[in-house]
Design a protein around this ligand. Sequence first.
Ligand SMILES: [Zn+2]
Length: 86
Amino acid sequence: MPKYVYKCDQCEEHFEVYHGMSENQEGCIYCRALSPHRVPQMPFLKLRETSKGGKVGDETKAAIEANRAVLEEAKKQRKKEFYDDN
Ligand SMILES: [Zn+2]
C-alpha cells in the first residue's frame, strides 16, 4: 500500500498513513479533526538530493579509483625494481 503524508490544519501535526490509491484519510490521527490535507511528496527534491549525493559519490569513487591505479602502478614499479635487482 502506498504511504501518504498528511498535515492537519487543526493541530498542525504531520502523519503518515498507508492506504489505497483511491482512499483518503478521513480524520487527523491526533485530534480527529476532519479532512487533514495530503502533503504532496516532492520527488524532485529527493531526486535532486540523490543526484547530488550520487555526484559526490561518483567523485569519491573516481578519486578512490585513481588512487588505486596510482598504488597499483607504484606496486608494479616496485615489483619490477625488485626483480630487476635480482
Ligand atoms: Zn489534528
